[in-house]
Design a protein around this ligand. Sequence first.
Ligand code: ADE
Length: 342
Amino acid sequence: MSRERIVSGEIISPEEESFILSLRPKKLNEYIGQRKLKEKLRVSVEAARQRGEACEHTLFYGPPGLGKTTLAHIVANEMDSSLVATSGPSLSRTGDLMGILTNLKEGDVLFIDEIHRLSPTIEEFIYPAMEDFKVDFVVDKGAFAKVINIPLKRFTLIGATTRAGLLSPPLRDRFGLYHHIDFYPPEELKEIIVRSASLLEVKIDAESALEIARRSRGTPRVANRLLRRVRDFVQVKGDGVINMELARKALDAEGIDSIGLDHLDRKFLKVIIEYYKGGPVGIEALGATLSEELDTLVDMVEPYLLKIGFLQRTKRGRMVSQDAVSHLGLKIDGSDQQSLFE
Ligand code: ADE
């Protein structure tokens, strides 16, 4: 259910994937925001180019939808090389990975999304590939087993993960560069929305772009998704031009409030406030009360609430802030705990 939240940073459908692809910046100078990160990437790409080498293995970590995949493609484009994309969960057999690795050309980028979900066998297999650009392939079994050492071209592994802490230390240590991608401020999201609107040939004024930005919970993928919904709305209910009134109406109709919280965010906060008197409460208890998977809460609900200071993670559990209580127009007194479940 929550996978289909309009404010989710995850890609919702293959159709949406192609929409996102059409808006994706291809070079660093088209990429809006993350200024420090862009500078660091520019230096490492330029240095590698000057030396005629592949870039160092790079790890991007941060919540979904902030541009990890886009940046991997940009690195490949800037290096004039090709990118092969795969993901931790889809790499189950060493044979498959072997095929991918041996087909990489000098300087190519191998992008592994959700790299924290690699199986231990694949992880072991990838260490010598990262470190020494070779793979050890075992042929035959038992007494006849032999290890064949296959050299690889010098490639760049770019890994993406939602939380760097999820990676095993040996894998983490094999990356030369680590880049944290943080939520975007509304001003930058506004620029992204204006850029996307122009690519989609839909008219929008600066004020409405900022309104959509404020409701995009710091996430470009959400911003582009909301823009698309607003575009449909103004086409049907207006004259095809996005203005403040229609933008607000469209987003209100989607259940997204003035700061981008949706039904699940509000329910999450409301449970802590009304049922657990503001916290602290353990995430397991919250998952059980909300009937939601812990990963959904930890990866897709909490990061933005933490970012805007509505939630605190303490040793004793999660606590809401007074700002969150005021935003929802609630009180912490425990007297109306039942209201949630009526
Ligand atoms: N589309 C998605 N993310 C973007 C970004 N950071 N800059 C420009 N366009 C984008």
